[in-house]
Write a protein that binds this ligand. Structure first.
Ligand code: PLP
Length: 355
């Protein structure tokens, strides 16, 4: 019998969202509610005429586009097949058996899975009021801690801590602990906090910032993410990235998407309007809904049973939200913001379940 190495054999597979059947409307994966920029779709299609060639391993045009928009050094930008690929490579490069990777109570679940792949222990620092607590992270650091992951804004909470807290966290961590700031949803909060403040933390050599095209840019299917790295860390990471990791069409689409800032900002504004109205209506039904700075909301019910009733009522109308039992939040459902008509249907189903 062919056997995997023991730690892989005993590992659970990464828990993907339940996607239902073809009639199901998914509110489970935090995909964009709105179509991708037409310029991005055109660029992706046009790039398909050169499919006999491997894609650019340097992501030259994509990096140039990222650098133009964010005023960063293109040589310190690396791109991944989704930011997931970058997370996995960071963990493989900078932690190993017996090391600790420190996240927070409700940090992104994939980090735990990627840590298990290298036999690092994934540990969670407490969050307070469903919000990252810098003090709790700092006290949870031990000599074994190699990497700290902070997701800001948070998933699945949607909450945001100010840049000053990220800077305070960096100052409170030992110099040999890598800080990874996962900003998968940052475009929904860039109007509130100046992104340059966090990008410039990477100049210190011990901090990385990750972003993705999967959310505000509506390119989840393209699998394109990026990060801003200190040069020495980028050198190590490149050893682990798959060469030619992002397809030619995805690179072209992502470059055009980031150059179309007007489209992205419109998506962010429209998503935010629907989100805030929906959150308010859910609060009026008696649910607890933290202020979200993302394209989803976390709905907290009075009990696990009430959350289950709501989930059943939603499913009866082919609406699928994400259960949060894996985060220890079995009294919650996470709802990706979709177009208004879908959110109205969700509201109706919730009203029925809570009546
Ligand atoms: C917090 C967070 N980080 C990273 C990712 C990975 O995104 P992608 O691999 O699509 O770039 C996600 C996806 O849902 C996320 O929620």
């Amino acid at each position: 019998m062919i056997r995997p190495v023991p730690h892989i054999g005993s590992m659970a597979a990464y828990a993907l969202a339940d996607l239902g059947d073809e009639d199901t409307i998914s509110l489970a994966q935090n995909e964009s509610a709105f179509p991708t920029s037409p310029a991005a779709i055109k660029a992706g299609r046009d790039a398909m005429s050169d499919l006999q060639l491997y894609p650019d391993p340097e992501w030259s045009d994509l990096r140039a586009a990222i650098a133009e928009v964010h005023n960063v050094d293109p040589t310190r930008v690396l791109c991944g097949a989704g930011s997931m690929e970058l997370i996995g490579c960071l963990i493989r490069a900078f932690s190993g058996r017996g090391d600790r990777v420190l996240g927070t109570d409700y940090g992104y679940a994939f980090v735990a899975s990627a840590s298990a792949q290298v036999q690092a222990d994934y540990v969670r620092a407490r969050e307070v009021d469903l919000t990252v607590s810098v003090d709790d992270i700092i006290v949870a650091v031990t000599p074994e801690t190699r990497i700290v992951f902070v997701c800001n804004p948070g998933n699945p909470t949607g909450t945001l801590i100010p840049n000053s807290e990220i800077l305070r966290l960096r100052d409170g961590l030992p110099a040999d602990v890598l800080l990874v700031v996962d900003q998968a949803y940052a475009e929904f909060a860039d109007q509130i906090h100046d992104p340059a403040e966090v990008f410039s933390l990477t100049d210190r050599g011990d901090t990385v910032v990750l972003r993705t095209f999967s959310k505000a840019y509506g390119l989840a299917a393209a699998r394109a993410g990026w990060g801003y790295f200190p040069s020495e860390i980028a050198t190590e990471l490149r050893k682990l990235l798959n060469p030619n990791n992002i397809s030619i069409a995805s690179q072209a689409a992502a470059a055009a998407a980031i150059r179309d800032q007007a489209h992205m900002q419109d998506v962010v504004a429209r998503t935010g309007e629907i989100r805030d109205r929906y959150a308010e209506e859910c609060r009026a039904l008696g649910l607890t809904v933290p202020q979200s700075h993302t394209n989803f909301v976390l709905l907290r019910f009075a009990s696990t049973q009430e959350a289950q009733r709501a989930d059943l009522a939603l499913r009866a109308d082919n609406l699928l939200m994400r259960g949060m039992g894996g985060y220890g939040l079995s009294d919650c459902l996470r709802a990706t913001i979709c177009e208004e008509a879908v959110m109205d249907r969700c509201l109706l189903a919730l009203k029925g379940a809570l009546a």
